[in-house]
Design a protein. Structure first.
Length: 174
């Protein structure tokens, strides 16, 4: 069970070397330092790539590093795919430059537009990502950050992704 943000916290409200790398003031939990997990998953919720950042980092800032770090997946015969066919994202990624760059890479874009579309239109696809993120927070080490080094936190996020993939594969094969 994860931390609810209530009660006494073991972290002070400072960021930097005292609380570890890649921590920043969390806008949700009264400015307490924290980290954010960015996940790229397929349509079944299997995480393909995981990156961590400070809590105050905008989501759109890590979209292209996440997309560039995606390794090719061997599937059918022939060359493996290097990029997805379609990208579903919420309103946090609604910028003209982001849309143009994704289209330039040959990926179909489906991003909700700010002030035009309701958030519920992407709900059919968005819940998959949200459930994948909730599977990450089922791990105690990721629900609340205990590590000072960013590499250790990233390693636990990668380990959680491996466990999620294993559970999903075991569920499909049984």
């Amino acid at each position: 069970m994860g931390s609810t943000g209530r009660g006494r916290s073991s972290t002070r409200s400072v960021s930097g070397p005292q609380k570890g790398d890649l921590t920043g003031p969390n806008p949700v939990y009264r400015g307490k330092p924290g980290s954010k997990i960015h996940v790229w998953c397929d349509r079944r919720g299997v995480p393909l790539q995981v990156l961590t950042s400070a809590a105050n980092t905008p989501d759109a800032q890590l979209l292209f590093p996440l997309l560039d770090s995606l390794t090719p997946v061997q599937g059918r015969r022939g060359r493996p795919r290097h990029r997805p066919g379609k990208l579903h994202a919420d309103k946090a990624y609604d910028h003209k430059a982001i849309r143009a760059e994704i289209r330039r890479r040959g990926i179909t874009v489906r991003i909700a537009r700010k002030g035009v579309e309701s958030s519920q239109r992407l709900g059919r696809h968005r819940w998959i990502v949200e459930s994948c993120l909730s599977w990450f927070t089922n791990n105690r080490r990721l629900a609340r950050r205990y590590e000072r080094k960013a590499e250790h936190f990233q390693a636990f996020a990668d380990l959680a992704a491996i466990l999620i993939c294993h559970r999903r594969l075991a569920k499909i094969t049984n």
